[in-house]
Design a protein. Structure first.
Length: 481
């Protein structure tokens, strides 16, 4: 198949969260399965290895013609296509210290149009042009207008007549909603307003939901939740598309493998765990903690309300009344960043809170820790619980979204547990689950070793997920135009 994978951020070229990790991994897995893949994203900053293709297109939006250029990076079997335009070259991806950029609708409408044009004019890695029956994999609200433009501008002109669009739903909490008067700048006929209209506002995500051929949420449980209580207003729209909506869990790439992770001071695998102890000692030295073989709890997270950082904050005094260490990494809310700093000051021999983001340190924390804390209020899929299990760091997670789909709860009679799943989202339930983790680690080493082995052997590869996406693409291509 010919696949054009489109996202507003794509690791390693740009990243604010999990979407970038998915966008940087799934196209490679699809290419590895024999498909021709273009992966399209904005060029927010210079990419030294990117080559100017010499291909340029003109896109008309908001009353003006805009020149778009295409740069390419060819690697891992994928042609990574970076869309160059002055509106993308800013301090932040979606906004700056003053908030979201006021012209984001224009910027991502431009991306959607540029991706459609890329399918026409940018050849694949093999130098061949893509076919007319290309599958576009759009993602979240930023590319919600892509299927609208396909239906409104391209098919009527006899272009991309057999193309299909699959829309990936990563986080319904962000929908790109803006004022209705912005519609006039989108170069769409008035009859298309109904597809974008949501209670009198312009909603790009709603437009993508109602015009795409298939919808894929990033976990089976999240696919159900967004139709009922986590759709942020789009529940009824999604229920109307229930037969076209499925959930496929994310995977993790080969860079998350403790046997060859370049960020680690020592390597290990499921049958040779000595290196994990060495990683703990090295991290303790790096962070200035006492080098002791004590239980180490960890959290790596964006620091906001969604992630349940308040639950970690609430149980920290109890947790650190035990002979344990707590290592945290993240940035976001000033309140939670202050919690990190206070924890270090109050428990200098037990707690460290690194404010900011450090990819290499994230790998070392996953390798060193025994338990990973992930009490998200909602979590469409989540990746850190997958990283943790791969590294033999057992997760404690809230029973929501992809967390409940990927972590098997330790309960009586289960021999396949990989962590602890708690409900409801309350301090007492979370503390009880953390207590069970601590008790198992310190009192029941055989049970701990079994769970650790289960976790490390879990297949979280992208190839597994790519096979499921492949089936979705094949299904929509088989439908009549």
């Amino acid at each position: 198949m010919d696949i054009v994978w489109v996202a507003s951020e794509m690791a390693p070229f740009s990243k604010t969260g999990g979407l970038a990790d998915v966008a940087g991994a799934l196209p490679k897995a699809l290419a590895g399965r024999g498909h021709r893949v273009l992966a399209v994203s904005p060029m927010y900053k210079d990419v030294p290895e990117a080559v100017d293709t010499g291909i340029k297109v003109i896109v008309h939006l908001f009353g003006h013609d805009h020149l778009v250029r295409y740069f390419a990076v060819d690697r891992d079997g994928v042609r990574w296509v970076l869309v160059a335009h002055s509106s993308f070259r800013r301090e932040g991806i979606y906004g700056d210290s003053k908030g979201a950029y006021g012209d984001n609708l224009f910027r991502y409408a431009l991306l959607s149009r540029a991706a459609l044009e890329a399918a026409r004019f940018v050849p694949g890695l093999d130098g061949q042009w893509l076919g007319d029956d290309v599958v576009f994999h759009a993602n979240d609200w930023h590319t919600g207008l892509l299927p609208v433009y396909l239906h409104a501008l391209y098919r009527p002109a006899g272009v991309l007549r057999r193309a299909r669009v699959v829309l990936g739903l990563h986080n319904l909490g962000h929908q790109g909603t803006t004022h209705a008067e912005e519609f006039g700048g989108l170069d769409l006929a008035g009859r298309w307003w109904g597809h974008l209209d949501f209670h009198g506002y312009l909603n790009p995500l709603k437009a993508g939901v109602v015009t795409s051929d298939a919808l894929v949420a990033v976990s089976p449980t999240y696919a159900k939740q967004i139709m009922h209580d986590q759709g942020f207003g789009l529940e009824s729209v999604l229920r109307a598309r229930r037969t076209d909506l499925i959930g496929i869990p994310n995977g993790i790439g080969p860079e998350w493998d403790p046997a060859n992770d370049t960020h680690l001071p020592a390597h290990f695998d499921v049958d040779h765990l000595e290196g994990k102890k060495a990683c703990k000692a090295a991290l303790q030295r790096e962070l200035g903690l006492p080098v002791r073989d004590v239980p180490m709890f960890s959290m790596i997270s964006r620091l906001d309300y969604q992630k349940g950082v308040d639950l970690v904050q609430s149980i920290t005094p109890w947790l650190l009344s035990n002979d344990v260490q707590l290592v945290m990494l993240g940035s976001g809310s000033k309140e939670y960043e202050a919690f990190f700093r206070r924890a270090e000051q109050r428990w200098p021999r037990q707690a460290r809170g690194w404010v900011g983001f450090n990819e290499a340190l994230a790998h070392r924390i996953e390798a060193a820790a025994d338990v990973f804390l992930m009490p998200s209020r909602f979590e469409p899929c989540g990746l850190n619980q997958l990283y943790s299990m791969r590294y033999g760091t057992l997760p404690v997670v809230h029973g929501t979204g992809g967390l409940v789909d990927t972590v098997t709860n330790a309960s009586p009679g289960r021999d396949d547990a990989t962590g602890w799943v708690f409900r409801p989202h309350e301090v007492d339930a979370f503390q009880q689950a953390v207590g069970w983790a601590l008790l198992t680690l310190t009192r029941y080493p055989a049970a701990w070793a079994k769970m650790q082995r289960n976790a490390m052997l879990r297949d979280s590869s992208w190839d597994r997920s790519a096979a499921l996406y492949e089936a979705v693409y094949g299904n929509v291509l088989a439908r009549p135009v």
